[in-house]
Design a protein around this ligand. Sequence first.
Ligand code: BGC
Length: 760
Amino acid sequence: MKKIICVALLYAVFCTNLHAQQANAKMNAYINNLMSKMTLEEKIGQLNLVVPGGGSVTGSVVSQGVDDNIRKGNVGGLFGITGPDKIRKIQDIAVKNSRLHIPIIFGLDVIHGHRTIFPIPLGLSTCWDMNLIERSARIAASEATADGLSWAFSPMVDIARDPRWGRISEGSGEDQFLGSQIAKAMVKGYQGAGYSSGKNLMACVKHFALYGAAEAGRDYNTVDMSRIKMYEYYLPPYKAAVDAGVGSVMSSFNEIDGVPATGNKWLLTDLLRKQWGFKGLVVSDYTSVNEMTAHGMGDLQAVSALALNAGLDMDMVGEGFLTTLKKSLQQGKVTQKQIDAACRRILEAKYQLGLFEDPYRYINEDRAAKELLSAENRAAAREIAAHSFVLLKNAGQVLPLKKSGTIALVGPLANNKNNMLGTWAVSGDPQLSVPVLDGIKNVTGNAVNIIYAKGANLTDDSSMAKNVNVFGPRAEFDGRSPEEMIKEAVEAAGKADVVVAVVGEASEMSGEAASRSNLDLPESQQNLLKALVKTGKPLVLVLFNGRPLTISWEDANASAILDVWFPGSEAGNAIADVLFGNYNPAGKITATFPRNVGQVPIYYNHKNTGRPLEGEAFQKFRSDYLDVPNSPLYPFGYGLSYTAFSYSDLKLSKQNLKGNETLTASVTLTNSGQYAGQEVVQLYITDPVASVTRAVKDLKGFQKIMLQPGESKEVSFSITPEQLKFYNSNLKYDWEAGEFIVHIGTNSRDVKSGKVNWSK
Ligand code: BGC
């Protein structure tokens, strides 16, 4: 029987390979034929990605004369535009009026949803649920492909250990293992099993590479990192996306080893193509070719040649390729082979997407009318948002709230549509999002008496407000004075059983070019909270944030804190679902919350150092601070539930292992509280002695477990030497025999541990 199954499997693999080979041969023949007709100018034209303006413009440059350039065959791709009508018109120019009728590929920043907006990626990552994450990407792809698009500039998988960096909101936090799982799930969601259904699009993993390690958390700043750190911590999520078959890669703005990523041959060719075997197309970030001039790499012609030589295929917006490559070819600075290779990769992407067969296949008016922001998609957004909330504090079980009595609903984000979607929701309409006040009414009907008061402006700092209002009003000023607004909120609190304060950042206080050197709540909101605490009423904070904030005071003074990040289109409904217990929160943070900015960068998988601090108290000549403990406010993996989970001691199947044996590590998890709930059980491993210094622990697995009140379950993890591997000084990925400490727990700090010896 086994034999028959094996033969059948082998045959299936053989057939699949044969099919792929045949398809490849067909594609090559098509593209060879097409390229044989193309002029040099037309080939270079394919390498040009333009943005006509009016859409998601993230630099100071906008492409000019786009229609004319399309006619001349000078445009390979276009982004920043959506909608069947507009895209059809542009595609018409390419396929009807250009000499070779080559269709355009239409891209966009579809980052956390298209029209239906899901939680910002940092929020989404806190659900630790790959099915939900994949589903959000699948829905985004389905909406986007009805709306004219075939290319999403997502997933963003940059590991970030510095919450000052605003773009931490766009990724999955600080951990490479979780980040890699999420990268795979996103690629799968966008691209599906292929593009045959017309409802999947090409993903683009970004920003390759190390963009999240910008010095001082300042966007676009210098990155400098050892190879070991790169391979161990920063590269795995990009690699995971490549292994999952991602169709494209975007180079980053930063430098690596002194050479900007966009012109870095080691990165784009040696590592990406030769070591990792990536076959798809590499696109620059917005004018990142041109920006190499400011980096100090020469004039536009020099940096464009540098980028092509490095392995870049497509030039986003800057038109350095379009305007200089011909000259560089004539002067022998680039080769025809390089131009051909880049052109071929872009044509291959178009071919695989089916654009040659039908240039209009991603324009579907019927589907657009039915699907965009449909009730079904909104329901998914509501469900997924609720899964992304993290309960940071819940003293005296003040949450969930009762659906009765009087609530004072206060705060600048309590009745606000403009900030629900979060950053990078370029096709989302904030006016179609559900504010918190409406959500609470929807969920409680007339059962709860709500007294609303704004209480404070998002910020009273006019220059901060101006900086975050570049894409529209996010931080607006009320006509009243701060004192008047606080007074109104305090009066509301006086009449209520409980105060719910909806506070935090404006959506554009995080995201691109939104770094902060101070991670406190804006002062206006702190003043409101101080006044509310004085009323003595139970105070629940609903916190909007695109990054970990420094909220030690809030943690000490509020009764409960529910972190909702930026939840998306269904914000208010999802928040109300959780506040009133229709859904029991289970999210766990994926980026450490510091106590103050001085602790940054702070992350759980740090090194031990030669002088580690034991405990919390200051000790002279230890690695610590005079004025703050080393521990964070909330550790990676932390998050509470309305119910309580208890962990038994850790059980290990063996104490001594050899070679490729498998270790089973397990705990019994019990729901010892009152509510049904989910718990993310986390597995960490420590390698205390090795040829290079290792992190104090690294995440190696997790499971999300649902338990009814009183129910127990044994949760087991299989561990093989694969999970013990690391990069040594020669960048060899292997494991070393010796002692290992296995930890299972509810977060990276609170774990049950046991030791094993593993010999080769
Ligand atoms: C961002 C990318 C984005 C691109 C196109 C850039 O400024 O860094 O993440 O995909 O703009 O909008």
